[in-house]
Design a protein around this ligand. Structure first.
Ligand SMILES: Cc1ncc(COP(=O)(O)O)c(C=O)c1O
Length: 371
């Protein structure tokens, strides 16, 4: 029998969130972002669950992640965010995987490949409107558009950009980015270039800048049931997909004054029951959360006692009768307990992105609510 942390992945909630987001964006196409193992939730299972509810576009970061989905039998469109590498062009054609043109050199690679092989992978142009990561710089965009116009046989079906601050209260910078993107679309139009799929929005802008929905939205975090920040209107009914929990493996009564865990930063103020939970920071538990943090058990919160260790953490259960073998909830929601991952990330100065993608290693993923 497995003893240790578990991440129950509620696929029915994932599908629920997909439907809520789909409605929010007026039925637009959703490119479900399932990179980084679907933000720690399990890429293959999540993709299959979304595909069975009609989602027909998925985004990953690496080409290997795309291959994993194809090998698992996913037939839908798959888009790769990472920088294009010329060595993968042939496989991308064979496996119908859509690539990213984020520099004029990338377009040259695809044009060269087409000249040699008479075929092209599907590609989208990525414009850097202010993220300053991957993307064609604004002052190079016009020349790339011209090159694309003159190139024959390149299957360029999309154009997109990425927001740096769409989940913030001050949307000045995001609106500047939107203006830049619109100016590029205008230039493309003037050159007679049209793109089947224009996309810009992520979770933050779905809530904060609905006017940038274009033809498709690239959504990750909202599908997993967390809000990207506390500066977006939390006005849609999304449910946490991951329920992260760990088992109580030992309980002991300690006297007031007893010190618990590394560094001696926590001491029992009165006689109390200290439970040992078999989950630690090596399993993805957010270590800084011991400072003021808590777990939920039988519908009540109990403080974490002392520093979180690599494999275990301790909880101050007071006078509660605690059953060895039962689980405590770290974050997520079940019939009796609820603790939002956003509460933890806000308290420790992190983000749900960091906390969810950290869940890996020895944590057992259990998929529930499959249809
Ligand atoms: C290019 C790109 N688009 C969309 C997303 C999805 O963002 P979110 O999870 O905030 O919806 C990401 C995630 O980091 C991304 O890198």
């Amino acid at each position: 029998m497995f003893i240790g942390p578990k991440a129950i992945i509620h696929l029915d909630r994932l599908v629920h969130n997909y439907r809520i987001v789909k409605e929010k964006v007026g039925g637009r196409r959703i490119m479900a972002v399932v990179k980084a193992n679907a933000y720690g939730h399990g890429a293959v299972e999540c993709t299959k669950a979304l595909a069975s509810d009609g989602c027909d576009y998925f985004a990953v970061f690496t080409f290997e992640e795309a291959i994993e989905l194809r090998d698992a039998g996913i037939a839908a469109d798959i888009f790769v965010f990472s920088r294009l590498h010329p060595d993968i062009l042939s496989d991308a054609v064979d496996r119908n995987i859509t690539l990213n043109i984020s520099h004029s050199d990338d377009l040259d690679s695809v044009i060269g490949f087409h000249a040699e092989n008479g075929e092209s992978p599907k590609v989208h142009l990525k414009i850097d409107t202010g993220m300053t990561r991957l993307g064609i710089a604004m002052d190079e965009a016009e020349s790339v558009l011209l090159k694309l116009k003159d190139a024959d046989g390149i299957r360029c079906e999309g154009i997109y950009s990425h927001y740096a601050t769409a989940d913030e209260g001050d949307l000045g910078y995001a609106n500047m980015q939107l203006g830049q993107f619109n100016s590029i679309l205008h230039s493309a139009n003037a050159l007679g270039l049209t793109f089947k799929i224009k996309h810009f929005s992520n979770s933050g802008s779905v809530l904060n800048i609905p006017e940038s929905g274009f033809d498709a939205v690239r959504v990750g975090m909202l599908l997993y049931g967390a809000f990207p920040s506390d500066e977006v209107p939390a006005d849609i009914d999304i449910k946490p997909v991951m329920e992260f929990r760990g088992p109580i493996v030992h309980v002991r009564r300690v006297a007031a004054g007893t010190q618990v865990s590394y560094g001696g930063v926590w001491t029992a103020e009165k006689d109390t029951n200290i439970g040992v939970i078999q989950t630690g920071f090596a399993d993805g538990f957010p270590r800084p959360w011991y400072d003021g943090g808590s777990v939920s058990y039988h519908g009540k919160r109990y403080p974490i006692a002392g520093r979180v260790c690599m494999d275990q953490l301790m909880v101050d259960f007071g006078n509660e009768n605690v059953e060895v073998g039962e689980d405590v909830l770290f974050f997520g929601e079940n019939k009796t307990d609820s603790l939002r991952v956003e509460e933890i990330s806000d308290t420790i100065g992190s983000t749900p992105y960091v906390l969810l993608t950290a869940i890996q290693g020895r944590t057992e993923r259990i998929f529930s609510g499959k249809n």
